[in-house]
Structures are given as C-alpha cells and as structure tokens.
Design a protein. Sequence first.
Length: 366
Amino acid sequence: MKKQLLCTSAIALGVAAAPASAQDWNLDWGGFFQQHIAYADVGGTGVGASDFDGIQMLTNAEIIFTPNITLDNGMTFGINVQMEALNGGGGTDGIDESYMSISSDTFGRIDAGYENSAGYKMMVGAPQVGSMAINSPSASAFIPFDGAYDGGGGGNFRQAGLSSYTEVAGNNDVARISYYTPSFSGFTAGISYAPSGAGNAQNIFPVDRNVGLVDIFDLGVNYSQSFGTTDITLAARWGTGDLQGAGSDPETWGVGFQVGFSGFTFGASYAENSNPGNFDEEGYSVGVAYDAAGPWTFGLEAYLGEIEDGSAVTHDDYEFYKLAANRDLGPGVSWTTYLLYGETTDGPTGSSIDGTAIGTAINLSF
C-alpha cells in the first residue's frame, strides 16, 4: 500500500565545532489541506433535542515550517513549527507543535520542544485509507460522541478509549525532549522525558512538582523491514508519569503491527491507559487496505474502545467502522470517499448516540 511517514545534550557531541559558513539554510515549508463534506444521519437517546442530521463540513489543515541546515560535520539542525489553518486550533495561538531537531545518520535524532512522545510517534496500527481517521476523535465532526463518554469527566483525548495512539494521562504536545536511535537493520528505539503534562505548545515555567502530572517518561520501539515482496512493521510503547495527590501513577502501553504483500496491507493495534481513580481505558484497531493497480486504494477499518471505573457502575463503549476508497489525482492531490458508522454509549445511564455518514474529501499535501 502507499505508505506515508507521519511525519539530551547536544553540547556533549561537540557539534558546534564545525563552521557553518559553507552552508545555506533550507527554508523549507509545506503542509496539508483536507476539505470534507458528508451527509449524516444521527440518532440515539443521547441526542436529546439536538438535530445533527444533514450535510456537515470539516476542514483539517496546517502550514508546517521546517527550515534546516546541515553542517560540514554531517549534523543537521532544524525546526518544525506547525500552524493550524483554522482559528482555535493547536495551542492558544493556533500553533500545534513547535520543536527543534538535531540529527545525523550515525547519531540518530534529538527532538526538543513541544511535541508528542517517542512512544506515540513510533506506534503503528490498522492502515488508514484516505483522510478521515477513526483511530482518533476526528469522526465526531459528523457523528458526535455521547456526552457521558468522557472517562468520568476527565476526558480521553490521546487515550485508548478513542485511539491506540496514546499518551500518559492524555498529555499532548507538552515541553519534551526525545532521542531516537539510528536504524539498525530496521530496528529503531526512542525515549522521551517531559517535566510536566501541562501546556499545549506554550511555555509553563517553572514546573511545580507538587501540582498535576509531572516527570513523564516514554519508551518506544519500532521494527520495519522487507523480506522479498513482504513488508513488516512492528511497534510497542510504554509510558508513565507522577500524578500528584493520586494513589497510583498513570501508565500507558500499546502494541501494533502492519504486514503488506501483493497489494494488501493488514494491520492492528491494542493499547491501554491506566489512570488514578480507576478510570482505565482500552481499545484496539483492526483493518485491511488494498492498493489496486492504478490510482485507487480501498480499505476497511474498525476501532473499538471502552472506559471502566473498576466496578460494574461505569462501562462506556466506543465503536466506529469505516469503508473507504482513495484515488490519487496527481502529485499531492487525492480524493477520498467513505462510509462511516459509529456509536458511543454511557454505561451507567444507557445513554447513547449512533449514526451513519457518507462523506467525501479532497486532500492537498504540499
């Protein structure tokens, strides 16, 4: 299948010793723009007096700045700043991620700044065809989630109840430093540390280690290799942090794989979040994609998640399914059509919202 890459101390390396006078900065930039339109039919007891039936629209777009320079010693220095193309996106001022990278073929890579963890970035799951993700909260743009599906009021963004791409207690794009090893015969490892779980692409200082989620560690491993006509990718991650005032520490872990041959790609993932207060989450993705001869790719995918409080009182469920086709129209231009079905249920009340959406999108990547 057509593949897309999702997208410590440097002083000790002596990287500043070589002059940079012979090089010029590559003032690179790019981004993406996805425009969706869908017809939705939504029902269930959780809808109440609302009416979500009819045509809905979703825009997902970013401008990404990636200037970089490679010195005579082979070290590359660069930044990645991702600006949301809509008001209210990313952080307070619309910046999603902002970090510096230092890398070389022999050293590996350091990322320092506001970014997701190594565990998050190295995970893999069911193949996604087209631009509408169900291994994430994105589908709620057309089929809203039941208001009670929230982990007891704590939310579950970046947690396994909604996605196998998890973070410890759902922290996201906080100040973090990560190191990734070079690839050794397809094997790569990464480790991350974040002083605090607060601050989405914004400075929070100094960190008070008596408040909130602090000292977050994440580990990730990824193995990707080809054997003849078969491509294999395996991934695993684990992370933990210290939540002040809680009786236990939050944790997350997950595993995933993809196997591709003869135009087919099969994949799956499983993840868990253990949170103090016993609101634990788990979920898994499973799916298959087929890269047909010519410009078309087809896919069938599912994500199922749940939230438990350790008793019979709360058992919230999430299930979404997607059938999709994607056609390449030209360099950086594709067209996606999809059929979605989704349902979220609140266990204690029995409240639920379910719906079906038929959608299409034009995707631009530049």
